[in-house]
Write a protein that binds this ligand. Structure first.
Ligand SMILES: Cc1cc2nc3c(=O)[nH]c(=O)nc-3n(C[C@H](O)[C@H](O)[C@H](O)COP(=O)(O)OP(=O)(O)OC[C@H]3O[C@@H](n4cnc5c(N)ncnc54)[C@H](O)[C@@H]3O)c2cc1C
Length: 471
């Protein structure tokens, strides 16, 4: 039996114009962008290698009530809606759809309450990740999720993608820090999926259904997030290797030994060169790969943890090892790693991928990426959160070179096949979005995707929310 399917809308110019009029009538104080130049700014996210549609209008609500009214109106006019945070996504999830209404949550940017007694914080979705971190740090508290884009991405987008980042080895992904959400559904109803309870098993876990759903099931208008006490300053180890595989072996050895540093990142030679060219860090430019290992363990435990990591690296054949002299140098190195994508973008158009494998399979994945990119003669650079088994192969090409763009598609498909053969995933943290849709049934299987379609149809029967994304 076919699962129920949400309709796919084709918002025509007449219904969009009627919707704009209705919004102006019902919400006269709402900021609504209809000028073509303004709407252009909401066409793309950070997947510039993809094409995207031009929104028919962009709404910038400031309250849940406004979001609810917008959804009611969009539903009654049959116009698709694209929820959007800061637009830094790497899967096309917040990119425009021709004629659709983009709802950008950037003006709902308040930290509503820092609740020290319950070690949690209540936030609106438009808060920038770094702003939230700074607000809770001022109270001696810590919100761990830490995408490399933390200074520009929003909490709503982090929830929409279940963002990862540089400290998942120890602290997990965004999902692990969410206690409850307020969500506006397609028909305009607002529901709460949880609150400040650390333990709460009442009914299905709707919180975890919405996290990572990329705006296809509802619009998150508030979130209650867990906090923990602020850890101490970080200590950093850099290890250089003569092959990417040796670096992978060091990672596998650390995992097997139960070493859980806060950060375990890899950069291959192409990335080392790009970052060093930009920041002049004096990295070993002859190395085929570098690992960055950070510890935030208290007191001497940090030195012990890095000593153990250093032994694993030495045993795997590290050619040189170095430690940051102090916390300031450690911060500097981490910021350089965060800038890897921007450093590569100085060389051309970058298509970034996001494969993951069980951690013991990291050496095989690294070997497969190297083999596939070399065999196809594509310009590539790989870095990523290797401690989670998550690597970002990047393909660099000239924007106007259609053959090169087509080649990246074929190479990507080969890498996806290799990751799946290792029991991995085609996306560890960026999401399916539009960019990886064809691969969802291949990875999850048709039956699992049918279940997802049933959930989508139950929550959004008209298929109004972010159509064509994920499913
Ligand atoms: C330089 C750079 C480094 C990056 N590093 C990392 C990294 O280390 N780890 C990582 O995981 N990602 C990383 N990213 C990707 C990106 O920053 C994350 O996916 C981030 O979570 C997106 O947040 P955003 O606010 O920009 O969301 P957007 O791009 O605006 O939206 C992302 C998705 O969430 C949905 N969405 C947004 N707001 C809501 C809401 N309120 N309710 C429901 N759905 C919503 C959108 O529809 C879309 O599908 C990086 C990106 C860049 C450019």
């Amino acid at each position: 039996m076919q699962p129920p399917q949400a309709q796919v809308l084709d918002p025509g110019p007449i219904s969009t114009a009627a919707l704009i009029n209705a919004i102006r009538n019902e919400l006269p104080h709402l900021k609504l962008l209809t000028d073509e130049l303004d709407r252009e700014a909401y066409r793309l996210d950070e997947t510039a290698y993809l094409t995207a549609g031009l929104p028919g209008a962009v709404a910038l609500p400031t309250t849940t009530a406004e979001v609810a009214a917008l959804m009611r109106l969009a539903t009654s006019h049959g116009v698709a809606v694209v929820p959007r945070g800061a637009g830094t996504g790497l899967s096309g999830g917040a990119a425009g759809i021709d004629g659709a209404l983009t709802i950008a949550l950037t003006r709902m940017d308040r930290v509503v309450e820092i609740d020290r007694a319950n070690l949690c914080v209540v936030v609106q979705p438009g808060v920038i990740n770094a702003t939230l971190k700074a607000a809770v740090a001022a109270e001696g508290l810590f919100y761990p999720p830490d995408p490399a884009s933390y200074e520009s991405c929003s909490i709503g987008g982090n929830l929409g993608t279940n963002a990862g980042g540089l400290c998942c080895v120890k602290y997990g992904q965004t999902r692990d820090w969410v206690l409850g959400l307020e969500v506006v559904l397609a028909d305009g109803r607002a529901i709460r999926t949880g609150g400040k309870n650390v333990k709460d098993t009442a009914g299905y876990s709707l919180t975890h259904l919405f996290v990572g759903s990329q705006g296809t099931l509802g619009i998150i208008t508030e979130a209650t997030l867990r906090l923990r006490p602020q850890p101490g300053p970080r200590s950093t180890l850099l290890a250089f290797f003569a092959s990417v595989e040796a670096a992978g072996e060091a990672v596998a050895a650390m995992t097997a030994a139960g070493i859980e540093p806060v950060t375990l990142e890899l950069m291959d030679q192409a990335t080392i060169l790009a970052v060093d060219d930009w920041h002049h860090l004096g990295l070993d430019r002859t190395a085929a790969a570098m690992l960055m290992v950070e510890s935030d363990a208290p007191g001497s435990a940090a030195t012990d943890e890095l000593d153990r990591a250093e032994r694993a690296c030495a045993d795997a054949g590290a050619t040189s090892l170095a430690r940051a002299a102090n916390a300031a140098e450690a911060d500097w190195l981490r910021e350089a790693r965060r800038s890897a994508l921007r450093a590569l973008e100085r060389q051309g158009m970058v298509r970034m991928e996001d494969v993951g494998v069980p951690r013991a399979a990291v050496p095989q994945l690294l070997r497969a990426i190297e083999r596939i990119t070399k065999a196809n003669g594509v310009r590539a650079a790989t870095f990523g959160h290797v401690g989670d088994g998550n690597l970002h192969p990047n393909f660099i090409f000239d924007r106007d070179d259609e053959a090169a763009a087509a080649l990246t598609e074929r190479v990507r498909d080969e890498i996806f096949r290799a990751a799946l053969e290792l029991g991995g995933t085609v996306t560890a943290e960026h999401g399916i979005g539009v960019a990886r849709r064809a691969w969802l049934p291949i990875q999850r299987g048709e039956d699992a995707v049918a279940v997802m379609r049933s959930i989508k149809a139950a929550l959004d029967p008209q298929g109004i929310l972010n159509p064509g994304r994920v499913l």
